[in-house]
Structure formats: structure tokens, C-alpha cells
Design a protein around this ligand. Structure first.
Ligand code: ADE
Length: 224
């Protein structure tokens, strides 16, 4: 899979993809990521990317020219399955969406800033708009990092134990069961006996029960 990211703050995205699963995915050649500075597509002397909004009002808007120039230039190298704009008024991001995106070949993520981007870019180029939650970030970069991380780890061959992505919280609409590792007793806190029993059927049943219990308590909406 190839993911291009268009941003005015490429520095912000240098760190997140050089560690852990995403680094492994890149090292294995399963994922490539291109980070592109929108300012490289400006034509003005001061590399302007934003301007006042028509009709007045507070806040600048990201200009159409550099965005379209960048999108058209990047599209020459990759045929994008989705051009995604990260924005708080987008569709709520979910594991289901991460699963869907992980099946694609080429994605372009556009990080917004200021008041947003000129609506004509959304109308004519963007195929999907994603919000990672009901709060406002100062830009789309951290949201793009969330999307890349959640999608990248789903690519076949990235996780060591392929089944472990399947038992993630949300993957089957339930939160995950609690997990424990050695030692079996720490202070006087014991790991549940059943997990030490070696009886895999009983352990599976216990985990399912625990998942249900946790979901009922914390996220009853998932059970509807
Ligand atoms: N940009 C600013 N806030 C955002 C959010 N919650 N999700 C996605 N992109 C954003």
C-alpha cells in the first residue's frame, strides 16, 4: 500500500511513522509513505497557502491553487483509490473504516489547517472526509497519523501473529478482554486461575464473557 500525505507541517509527521508497527510495515516493503509539503506547490513569492475567506469572518482558508496543483501532480504518480480530507466535520472514524481502507492500494490524505480548505477542493477532488473524534485539533496531521497507524497495522504481514488484529477491541464490536503476563502473583494481586488452567475452551469462554461484561459497562452502544 502507498499513502501520500499533503501537509503544511511535514515536520510534525517525521516521528510517528518511524517506530513500531509502521516502521516494520515500511521496512518490510508492505507500506510506503510520502510526506509532501503543500508550500512546494505555491506560486507566490511568500509561499502563501492560506487567504481570507469570502464573505468575511474570522479565520483563514487554505487556498485552492496549491492544493489542486499538489493533488494533480501527485495523481500522476499514483492512481488514488481515495482522496481523504481530515476534518472535524467528516465521517466519524472507526475500526470498520480502517479495515476498509486497509484493502486499498493508494491513498492521499489531506491535512487541513486554519478554518479549513476551499470548499471546491472538497467538491471536486475529495472522495472521503474523516474526523477522528468530536474535538478540534489544530490541524489534520495528528488525525492523518492516526489513520496511517490504524490502517498500516492491518496490512497482512505487519503483525507477527496475524490473529492478534482480529482480537483487537472493536474488531468484533466488543471491547477486548483483560490480559495478564508474568508473574502470576504480584503483591497479593493474582492472575485469574482460569488463565493458568491450560483449558483453552474454558479460557475462550471466560474471555468472551469478560469482553461482554466490559462492553456492557463501558460501551453499551456497541451492543445495540
Ligand atoms: N482536524 C482538526 N480536528 C480534526 C478531527 N477531530 N479529526 C480529523 N481532522 C481534524
Amino acid at each position: 500500500m502507498h499513502i501520500d500525505i499533503l501537509t503544511v507541517l511535514p515536520e510534525l509527521l517525521e516521528g510517528p511513522f518511524n517506530h513500531s508497527m509502521i516502521k516494520r510495515a515500511r521496512d518490510k516493503g508492505l507500506l510506503s509513505i510520502g510526506i509532501h509539503n503543500l508550500r512546494d506547490y505555491t506560486t507566490t513569492k511568500y509561499k502563501q497557502v492560506d487567504d481570507y475567506q469570502y464573505g468575511g469572518g474570522a479565520g483563514m482558508v487554505m487556498m485552492i491553487e496549491p492544493l489542486v496543483k499538489a493533488i494533480e501532480h501527485l495523481s500522476e504518480s499514483h492512481k488514488y483509490d481515495e482522496i481523504i480530507f481530515l476534518t472535524p466535520d467528516g465521517e466519524n472514524y472507526s475500526q470498520k473504516m480502517a479495515n476498509e481502507l486497509s484493502l486499498q492500494k493508494n491513498l492521499l490524505l489531506i491535512c487541513g489547517h486554519y478554518k479549513g480548505i476551499d470548499e471546491r477542493v472538497r467538491a471536486h477532488f475529495v472522495s472521503r472526509e474523516i474526523s477522528i473524534g468530536d474535538y478540534v485539533l489544530s490541524g489534520g496531521e495528528l488525525a492523518a497519523a492516526v489513520v496511517v497507524d490504524s490502517v498500516g497495522r492491518l496490512l497482512p504481514g505487519v503483525l507477527n501473529d496475524e490473529t492478534s488484529a482480529l482480537s483487537d477491541s472493536f474488531q468484533d464490536k466488543l471491547l477486548s478482554a483483560p490480559v495478564f503476563t508474568r508473574p502470576a502473583t504480584f503483591r497479593d494481586w493474582k492472575v485469574p486461575d482460569i488463565l493458568l488452567s491450560g483449558d483453552t475452551k474454558k479460557i475462550d469462554d471466560w474471555r468472551y464473557e469478560q469482553s461482554l461484561k466490559r462492553t456492557r459497562k463501558r460501551r453499551p452502544d456497541l451492543l445495540k
